[in-house]
Design a protein around this ligand. Structure first.
Ligand code: SF4
Length: 451
């Protein structure tokens, strides 16, 4: 066998080694990457705006370990946006709006890939996480994204989140999709968040959302948005599959699902998952390029942009006994309200605790003032306090205050109960779940988290 240094690849590598120092012309004497060059790379790659953040920025601290877990060499993050055309996003025809979402989503992924290629040509290592999907589904239903594009975009000065939780760019409004590139180089300079929020607090997103996911005071009902807008994504798809599995025959299936729903699911599987609404984005008038028609004639703007979405006759997906179900029935009686599971089933106690805020239905908690202590044993040994009071929920990963109900549970028994794999009677009889306090308080707790 020949010696490795005689291998053609190794010989060619050493002969062309100068090529490995091509980064020199874009690195300062201190070894930092030229940000003017990098910004040009982003724009030439197709981005409409870009900003840069160091991995040590405090606002990224919640994601830093995860990012480094995926790409340990990350020193800087490039955030960029690609503009979407506004009128297709506003169209009541969801096929039209989803075409724009998919097209620009693909463009963002291509831009990110081109940026990585340009860096790699200079010998600088970089990674481009996907704009949306595919994600790390092995972690589902917990954190499936490699990087939080919104957090990075805000840190990089590309906008702020409006009350609808989308990033609003100061010029392009919320008609953007976001991309991020992780870079193994320090940059000459970094950007900072812009010093105002482009959100006008006009509440048009509140008026347009068919499931009341955004409240006038800015409160966001994640479960409402996830259940309807993402019906043909992860959990909605799972819920549909379970509906098939639970059907006795084709007739039974057809009692549960219309032909339109089956065809729509096929379409999402064939052409990319479709958003059911995203009306909050469609109606948002924020941004210098966007605001004109809203300022010039608000009535006309409402008639042109908001009312067609409000008037649209469509199926709206809600969790039974949720705030969204009550909202949709009251505000949009001409829409068909269909009760479905949100499909969110925690696979760990930490996932259960982290998910409580996302599935909390504050209207269902009206009048409650209760402190719950949880002591989990077994595979996950965790203690936590949950306080539900004045329409708010607070979660602490320790026991504090005086509980109205103390729940001690084997973690697997509790997860089986929460995941609806079994009821609560048997674990109570077997003392795998024990209550100290009124069982009525457990029922009240359950009403706040319909699934
Ligand atoms: S629609 Fe109005 S309130 Fe909602 S995010 Fe846009 S600017 Fe803010």
């Amino acid at each position: 066998m020949s010696r490795m240094e005689e291998h053609p690849t190794v010989i060619n590598y050493y002969m062309s080694r100068g090529g490995n120092y091509r980064a020199e012309n874009v690195l300062s004497p201190s070894g930092k990457l030229d940000t003017t060059w990098l910004r040009d790379v982003c724009i030439e790659a197709g981005a409409d705006d870009a900003g840069f953040v160091a991995i040590d920025r405090p606002s990224l601290s919640g994601d830093k370990d995860d990012i480094l877990g995926y790409f340990p060499r990350t020193k800087s993050l490039v955030s960029f946006v690609c503009r979407m055309n506004r009128e297709p996003i506003r169209s009541p025809a969801r096929s039209v709006s989803n075409l724009e979402f998919h097209h620009i989503g693909d463009k963002v992924n291509e831009v990110a890939r081109r940026i990585v290629s340009a860096l790699e040509e200079r010998g600088i290592r970089a990674v481009n996480p996907s704009m949306g999907f595919p994600m790390e589904m092995g972690n589902f239903p917990e954190k499936i994204w490699v990087v939080s594009h919104k957090t990075v975009a805000v840190a990089a000065g590309l906008g702020h989140m409006g009350i609808h939780r989308n990033v609003i760019h100061p010029k392009f409004g919320n008609f953007i999709l976001l991309g991020t590139v992780l870079v193994d180089a320090e940059l000459e300079s970094y950007d900072n968040p812009i010093d105002y929020n482009p959100c006008l607090e006009c509440k048009l997103c509140v008026a347009a959302c068919p499931v009341g996911a955004i409240a006038p005071d800015g409160y966001f009902n994640f479960s409402a948005c996830y259940t309807h807008n993402y019906r043909e994504f992860m959990s909605g798809f799972t819920s549909w599959v379970e509906g098939i599995a639970d059907s006795r025959d084709a007739r039974d299936y057809l009692r549960k699902f219309s032909d339109s729903e089956s065809a729509s699911m096929w379409q999402s599987l064939s052409y990319g998952a479709n958003y059911k609404a995203a009306y909050c984005m469609a109606v948002c008038p924020a941004g210098e390029d966007v605001i004109g028609p809203f300022l010039e004639n608000r009535r006309e703007y409402l008639d042109d942009v908001v009312k067609p979405l409000q008037k649209k006759e469509e199926t709206v997906y809600v969790v039974p006994n949720s705030d969204a179900e009550a909202h949709a029935a009251k505000r949009f009686p001409h829409k068909t309200v269909k009760a479905v599971s949100n499909g969110l089933r925690p696979k760990s106690i930490s996932g259960f605790l982290d998910g409580l805020k996302l599935t909390f239905q504050r209207d269902k908690s009206e009048g409650m003032d209760a402190t719950y202590h949880f002591t989990f044993t077994g595979k996950e040994s965790v203690q936590a306090t949950v306080v539900i009071r004045n329409g708010t929920i607070e979660i602490r990963k320790e026991l504090t205050g005086v509980p109205n109900l103390h729940i001690t549970a084997e973690s697997s028994a509790w997860l089986g109960f929460i995941r609806k794999e079994h009821g609560i009677i048997m674990p109570l009889l077997l003392k795998k779940i024990r209550l100290k306090g009124s069982i009525a308080l457990l029922k009240a707790f359950g009403r706040c988290f319909p699934s």
